[in-house]
Design a binder for this molecule. Structure first.
Ligand code: BG6
Length: 505
């Protein structure tokens, strides 16, 4: 084995066994000079190249309005990969990838704008024998969607397959999401549309399915009889990172609750699908989303951060961030109590919370089981004992831990809570792939399992619209939590009313 071969990652050893090699294709990225392309898409493509997972015949075409050419885009992307990539930067890997990359500066809103792109893609296709296969990635703000989708739809390649990846936000409410679905269906079939929710590409999120459906021990107790309640937390310590224009419109409700949070909940609560085909999984998730509701306006609280400290550094209030209105009523925190009205979950609360500028970055799903019905110990011996909790650490410190009661060594019978832990880092000696690696590869393979179907997105909006409608009536006194804390007091109150509390950190 040569030195280079030793250094190269082995997809088999890393558990990245690909079901089949993607067909030759061109990946066309709209929004090629944008943040997402810099921070996520190009680093993901580099990591796929690093592991030899890209098709042998392949071309990447970047499209944006910014002036530039192949060389300038390659140089810009090289820097992006060096800065944001998860793998070591290797010149030979980069050179091979860069040779597939082309750039076209064009505006689809201009007469003939799409002609320039078509010409370039056709040329790439002929030179590399791509068979007419295309993946179009819409990494542009939603107002640009209609022009692009229409132009692509009208100029579909007559050979090969075409797939369209649509980034979030998918609409602003139910009506706009329906509009967007209608527009997409005019030009593409549902199985050609890949709506991104990048949380579904995360390893630990997929592991929820493995945990539940590959283990005989959990499923029999995964219901209202044994589970007291579920807590889902999506906490971020970062602020809005210069995205005021978007975030002022979105808020935590549309940015996280409508998509990532509800998808985590759906995977936790869904029935076992008959198989892992995309439609089987989507159909089970959509049943959960249809059954989901909040018991009333008091069950949803919102917050907005004021000044505070994150890791010892003072940070400004949300209303002091550049581009944010000084009297903004946009929420940066939401906590809610939700119910899934079906046989499995009736009367079992799902408490969820998410927010910016919270004490630390943490995404967890905590399944709290009911207490043992009759502990045969003296009351004082079990004072340190908490109910069993199965905790899925989505990020960081990816893993799963089970809180159980154990006897403290020594005389007598004292019981304390301890944790049985599975940590990805320890069990699998491999770095975690980034969500976008999986999602780009799955699109090339035509596998839509980890994407969202139109009816899921619409059900998600239906719930959000019903909550947001109730918000028009009252104006909470914002800001109501300090940056670096766990949200407003009303969030604690939401659980206290039920005799419960958020999991201790
Ligand atoms: C995005 C949101 O969808 O997810 C961002 O728009 C958020 O506001 C991000 O920061 C969180 O993603 P991750 O993968 O860092 O948890």
């Amino acid at each position: 084995m040569t030195d280079t071969a030793e250094q190269q990652p082995n997809p088999l050893a890393e558990g990245l066994l690909v079901r089949r090699v993607p067909d030759p294709c061109a990946l066309v990225i709209f929004g090629a000079s944008g943040d997402l392309t810099h921070k996520k898409l190009m680093p993901a493509l580099y990591s796929l190249a690093f592991r030899h997972l890209l098709p042998l015949h392949f071309a990447i075409v970047g499209v944006a309005r910014t002036e530039g050419d192949d060389d300038s885009w390659r140089a810009e992307m090289k820097e992006a990969v060096q800065q944001h990539g998860r793998d070591e930067f290797r010149q030979d890997v980069w050179d091979e990838l860069a040779a597939t990359m082309h750039y076209v500066a064009t505006d689809f809103a201009d007469e003939g704008g799409e002609g320039k792109l078509e010409e370039l893609v056709e040329r790439c296709d002929k030179e590399n024998q791509l068979g007419g296969n295309r993946v179009y990635y819409l990494a542009v703000p939603p107002p640009a969607f209609p022009t692009i989708v229409k132009a692509l739809g009208e100029r579909r390649s007559t050979t090969g397959w075409t797939r369209l990846i649509v980034e979030k936000p998918f609409g602003h409410d139910l009506a706009s999401a329906r509009e967007l679905n209608k527009l997409l269906w005019e030009h593409f079939a549902e199985n050609e549309i890949f709506r991104i929710d990048h949380y579904l590409g995360k390893e630990t999120v997929q592991n929820m399915l493995a945990l539940r459906f590959a283990n005989g021990v959990f499923e029999p107790i995964w219901n209202r009889q044994f589970i007291d309640h579920v807590q889902i937390t999506v906490a971020e310590s970062i602020g809005i990172e210069g995205r005021a224009g978007y975030y002022e419109q979105a808020g935590a409700m549309r940015d996280i609750f409508q998509n990532h949070l509800l998808q985590l909940l759906a995977l936790t609560a869904m029935e076992p699908p008959i198989d892992f085909a995309a439609d089987s999984v989507h159909s089970e998730k959509v049943k959960v989303l249809k059954a989901l509701h909040t018991p009333g306006p008091k069950s949803v609280v919102r917050g907005q951060y004021g000044r505070g400290f994150i890791e010892g550094q003072e940070v400004p209030a949300y209303r002091e961030e550049a581009g944010v209105a000084p009297n903004s009523m946009t929420e940066t925190f939401v906590a809610a109590k939700l119910y899934v009205d079906n046989w499995r979950w009736a009367d079992t609360p799902f408490y969820v919370r998410m927010g910016k500028r919270l004490a630390r970055r943490e995404t967890t799903i905590a399944i709290q089981f009911k207490r043992a019905p009759h502990p045969p110990f003296e009351e004082t011996s079990a004072e340190g004992l908490r109910p069993n909790v199965l905790l899925v650490h989505v990020q960081p410190d990816e893993g799963v831990s089970l809180a159980i009661g154990a006897k403290v060594p020594g005389q007598g019978m004292t019981i304390r809570t301890v944790h049985m832990d599975f940590l990805y880092g320890g069990a699998f000696r491999t770095g975690m792939p980034e969500a976008y690696e999986r999602l780009i590869l799955d699109t090339m393979l035509g596998d839509g399992t980890l994407f969202t179907r139109s009816d899921e997105v619409e059900e998600q909006w239906l719930l959000v619209d019903s909550i947001v409608a109730g918000w028009q009536r009252d104006r909470p006194a914002f800001p109501n939590y300090a940056a670096g804390t766990w949200g407003p007091p009303s969030s604690e109150e939401l659980l206290r009313r039920d005799g419960r509390s958020w999991r201790r950190h």
